[in-house]
Design a protein. Structure first.
Length: 229
């Protein structure tokens, strides 16, 4: 008897965008304005407008830009300017500090292993190797720590504060990857996706999104307001 396995596609860009749309609608207007401003920093943003239907309202365009931004960590997988670091086609992290480096848009590694948790399994009790790290769960924790520590001013103050502007670029990248990962965590709630290294273990997407939104609101509440001009 011969049995073959095929990839299971339980999640895709549409799924990520649906999660992002729900998250965006949970934000206050002040937070939406902040998010809209931060998204101006993404180097791929200029191409996202080509995906939005002509005649879309300004408010809906902003939401759709946010939705498309949630797919950015997957979009760079096919961008020739980026490279697959690590092993097994980039699905296993490299054995050095670059695997968890968080340097913003200057980083051109795809970090595919940030998207999931590969949990080894054995049907007969065979000893298993450790779960590869870093993975989605570890990176979400790291990004949350960074996001909570960054309370930088709004864009109209950046011209005099280049260093803080650079930190905001990192903050945006953290938000994009975290939002994307939150959607990815729902993957095997839909299908029993199995990989060569094991099963992709997931976290509850609704809880993660609520926490990310709450943390963003809390951080912005502490951020200094721009001076009137």
């Amino acid at each position: 008897m011969i049995a073959l396995s095929v990839p299971s596609y339980g999640w895709n860009s549409r799924g990520h965008m649906m999660v992002a749309a729900v998250a965006y609608q949970q934000l206050t207007q002040r937070t939406k304005d902040r998010v809209d401003a931060l998204l101006l920093l993404n180097p791929d943003r200029v191409h996202w407008f080509d995906l939005i239907p002509e005649g879309t309202s300004a408010a809906r365009t902003k939401m759709m830009i946010f939705m498309i931004a949630a797919t950015w960590p997957d979009r760079i997988k096919s961008d020739p300017d980026y490279h697959s670091d690590g092993f097994h086609g980039g699905n296993r992290p490299p054995n050095d500090a670059s695997a968890s480096q968080n340097i913003g848009y200057e980083d051109f590694a795809r970090h595919k292993y940030w998207h999931f948790i590969d949990k080894p399994f054995s049907p007969d009790g065979t000893a298993l190797p450790p779960i590869p790290t870093p993975n989605a769960q570890e990176m979400i924790t790291l990004f949350r720590t960074v996001l909570r520590s960054l309370h930088t001013p709004f864009l109209d103050e950046w011209s005099a504060k280049r260093e803080e502007a650079a930190r905001d670029r990192d903050r945006l990248r953290n938000h994009l990857v975290s939002t994307h990962q939150a959607g990815r965590q729902h993957e095997t709630l839909l299908t029993a996706g199995q990989t060569a290294g094991g099963i992709k273990e997931v976290l509850p997407v609704a809880d993660i999104m609520r926490q990310l939104v709450a943390e963003a609101e809390a951080a912005l509440a502490k951020a200094p307001k721009p001076e009137a001009r």
